[in-house]
Structures are given as structure tokens and as C-alpha cells.
Design a protein around this ligand. Structure first.
Ligand SMILES: C[S@@+](CC[C@H](N)C(=O)[O-])C[C@H]1O[C@@H](n2cnc3c(N)ncnc32)[C@H](O)[C@@H]1O
Length: 245
């Protein structure tokens, strides 16, 4: 039985998917492509790409709960796509892949992904020649809400202003599950500058790169402020990029 909350999130994903592709300059051609969705969550992007003609969409994630929803939803509501979609729990870095991919897509996952340089190296190995990564993610850690509310500090940018030691101690006083570092909250903690450096130092060519894509009214102010070098780190909230092998 699919939970209402999960179904609502899944259905909302369809609107988010359109925005994702728009912010990346438009949807690529999925026809007959092998695609990996890294951090597929509820699986809504996978369903859309399979509907658009992808041959195989392999959605991988680490969350048992989300994968269980994705699999049940596929068989209950999209059974005609069952031969095109594989949802599975896979830790990318030590996983074996029995196919090469034309495209790797990853939506709202890199802000949670530690060891990104190693992840990109693995992507390089499993992509076909000329294969591409389509990545869009945020909020970045140094943005006003970059802690995704997980530090429980409530005020914007507080997680950036306070020391990690203070945040960890405060969190541990109020929670049963103990943490030792910010990354234990499922956040990469990479700064905007670090992402840029990681992409530039990777084996990929950066084919497309843009930041601060949003339709929120306040985004215009943030976009303006992000143009000042000393404010860029704190007012750059997302990244959309295409990396080519
Ligand atoms: C914010 S959700 C986004 C899910 C989906 N892409 C979407 O846009 O709705 C981030 C997802 O990435 C997954 N994730 C985080 N780190 C991961 C990793 N190293 N490998 C696979 N999945 C990961 C999480 O379990 C979570 O489902």
C-alpha cells in the first residue's frame, strides 16, 4: 500500500522535473538511451525519462524506504514501464555495473554527497564515450538554508556562523542519535568554491554551468548579491551543470 505522503511527493516531483530540465537548458533526447539516475529518491525523474523513450533507466539510492516506494509505485501504477526501469540500492563506489550509460542524471543529490571527486571518477568509468552528466542541486551548504534544517538552528545562515563543534554538541544534547560532524546529518558541506574546484579538477569537460536558478521572488535579490565576489559564497544557492566525458 503506497503512503499518501509519498504519492504526493512523487506527484509534486513531476513539476520539479520540468524545472530541472529547463534550468539545464532543456531536456536531452532520451530515446533508446541507457540512463543512470544517481539518488533517484521516489523515482519520479526515472518514470518521466522512461516515458520519454529511454531504453533502460537505472535508479539508484541508499534509502530502503524510498526505493520500496519507487518499486511498488512502478508495479502498481506504471507497469508498462517495468521492463525499462530498474530501481536498486547501490553504493556507487563499490558497486559493479553490467552496462555503460549514455547519460547520468542527478537531481538534488550532490549537496548530500560526500567524496564527490571519487563519485565523479566512477561516473567517468561507467559512462560511454561522449556520455554526459546532468546535475542540478541545492541549497548549497553556505546558503541561508544550506543545512536543510538538519542542524535545528532555525535562523538563516546560523549553521555557517557557528562553529562545527558548537553545532554538533548542541545537536547531541537535543537528540538521541549522536553525530560527530556535519556530514553525519547527510550534508556534503562543500562550499560553492569547492564544487567548482571539484568539477574543474575532474576528468570531465564542463559543457554548461549556471547558478541561482529559481522562480522564487526573493531570488532576484540573491542573484544580485551573489555578483559581489565577497558575497558569492553565501548567496549562491544552487548549481546546474552538464559535464561531458
Ligand atoms: C533530496 S533527495 C532527491 C531525490 C530525487 N532525485 C528527487 O529529486 O526527488 C536526495 C536523494 O539522494 C539519495 N542519496 C544521498 N547520497 C547518496 C549516495 N551516495 N548514493 C545514492 N543515493 C544517495 C538520498 O537517499 C535521497 O533519496
Amino acid at each position: 500500500m503506497l503512503e499518501k505522503k509519498d504519492l504526493e511527493y512523487f506527484n509534486y516531483g513531476k513539476f520539479e522535473n520540468d524545472k530541472f530540465w529547463k534550468r539545464l537548458g532543456g531536456k536531452p533526447n532520451f530515446k533508446n538511451k541507457n540512463i543512470l539516475d544517481f539518488g533517484c529518491g521516489h523515482g519520479s525523474l526515472c518514470i518521466d525519462m522512461a516515458k520519454d523513450g529511454a531504453k533502460i533507466v537505472n535508479g539508484i539510492d541508499l534509502s530502503d524506504k524510498l526505493l520500496k516506494f519507487a518499486c511498488s509505485n512502478l508495479s502498481e501504477n506504471y507497469s508498462s514501464l517495468e521492463q525499462n526501469i530498474i530501481f536498486e540500492k547501490k553504493n556507487l563506489l563499490n558497486a559493479q555495473f553490467n552496462r555503460q550509460y549514455d547519460l547520468i542524471v542527478t537531481k538534488d543529490t550532490f549537496e548530500h554527497t560526500t567524496n564527490l571527486p571519487e563519485i565523479l571518477d566512477k561516473f567517468y568509468d561507467i559512462l560511454k564515450t561522449d556520455g554526459k552528466i546532468y546535475a542540478g542541486f541545492g541549497p548549497l551548504y553556505n546558503a541561508y538554508n544550506g543545512d536543510h534544517g538538519r542542524t535545528q538552528l532555525r535562523l538563516p545562515w546560523m549553521h555557517v556562523m557557528l562553529s562545527e563543534k558548537f553545532i554538533v554538541n548542541r545537536y547531541n544534547k537535543n537528540n538521541k542519535d549522536k553525530i560527530y560532524k556535519i556530514q553525519d546529518l547527510g550534508l556534503s558541506k562543500y562550499s560553492f568554491k569547492e564544487y567548482l574546484k571539484i568539477f574543474k579538477n575532474s576528468k570531465f569537460q564542463i559543457e554548461y554551468f549556471c547558478t541561482n536558478k529559481s522562480d522564487h521572488p526573493i531570488s532576484n535579490i540573491f542573484n544580485f548579491l551573489s555578483k559581489f565576489e565577497f558575497l558569492k559564497e553565501y548567496f549562491t544557492y544552487n548549481i546546474y551543470c552538464i559535464l561531458k566525458k
